[in-house]
Design a protein around this ligand. Structure first.
Ligand code: PMP
Length: 281
């Protein structure tokens, strides 16, 4: 197994990062995850642009264009040029004596690796999800490596034998611990607006685009926790999650059996067609 670290492709067990790396000390870094399907990355441009935006938001001066050019060699060295895979990219502010102030004149630490990963055509899960308080900070739009709030929220799902935890801030559902969430009510699709309280998922953006193409009415409005039981359908979106039907939230069942909502299914089908398209991004 190999990784790309600071300009070199090396064996993962030989890769070394300083204990004074600010990613390790402060969680001072950002990341991105994308998938490769049928020998092309799915929405690579959008992912690279979001990575650049995250870097810009936290003041790390680094241009992701050069990094993008290293991807083919990483895939070749990983023997993944022909396989479906997942690409992880992480950039931290770099190595410096521990001080909060942004250090001057240091190079960011850049890590990238690919893993073999074959996503199902359609996510067949009938997700059970729970809700908990959104304890995260107020810049959830930055895709940062400091994921403790997300990790703890996800652990709450694991402890409850659930697939995901939905986060609640001021009585409203924001997103999942590692996914965005959508609701359907009276043939309208609802999702939290893309402000600083959520990560604007690439899959979320794709689903909104598909709704436009399918003439499905969309409202980028948050849904209240207390209104969940009045919703017709709910689903999760994410790069690896794709579009996952929600069967149950807390004690509310959307379906007692393995049914999937009409619009959820329609969007899953349209999403699959998008993945099979040859000429894309
Ligand atoms: N929200 C959070 C908190 C996430 O970590 C993710 C990524 N797994 C998403 C939403 C979905 O984003 P994307 O569709 O770009 O994977």
């Amino acid at each position: 197994e190999v990784v790309y670290l600071n300009g070199k492709i090396i064996k993962s067990h030989e890769a070394k990062i300083s204990v004074f790396d600010r990613g390790f000390i402060f969680g001072d870094g950002v990341y991105e995850v994308m998938v490769r399907i049928d020998q092309r990355f799915f929405y690579k441009k959008a992912h690279m642009e979001r990575l650049q935006a995250s870097l810009n938001k936290i003041g790390i001066a680094y241009d992701v264009d050069a990094l993008e050019r290293e991807i083919p060699e990483l895939l070749a060295s990983s023997n993944l040029s022909h396989d479906d895979c997942l690409l992880y990219i992480q950039i931290t502010r770099g190595v410096a004596p521990r001080k909060h102030a942004y250090p001057e004149g240091i190079e960011p630490t850049v890590l990238m690796y690919a893993l073999s990963k074959k996503l199902p055509d359609i996510n067949a899960v009938h997700a059970k999800v729970v809700t908990t308080d959104d304890l995260r900070w107020l810049r959830c739009d930055i895709k940062m490596t400091s994921l403790l709030g997300n990790v703890m929220a996800n652990e709450y799902a694991m402890a409850n034998n659930c697939y995901e935890t939905l986060l609640v801030r001021d009585g409203q559902i924001t997103e999942g611990s590692h996914s965005n969430v959508f609701f359907v009510k009276d043939s309208r699709v609802y999702t939290h607006p893309a402000n600083t309280l959520i990560l604007n998922g690439i899959t979320r953006q794709i689903v909104l685009e598909l709704c436009g193409q399918l003439n499905i009415e969309v409202r980028e409005e948050a849904i209240s926790l207390k209104d969940i039981a009045t919703m017709d359908e709910a689903f999760l979106t994410g790069t690896a999650t794709q579009i996952a039907s929600i069967q149950q939230i807390n004690n509310h069942y959307f379906y007692k059996n393995e049914a999937i909502g009409t619009l959820t299914q329609k969007l899953q089908t349209a999403f699959l067609a998008l993945k099979k398209q040859k000429e894309l991004n």
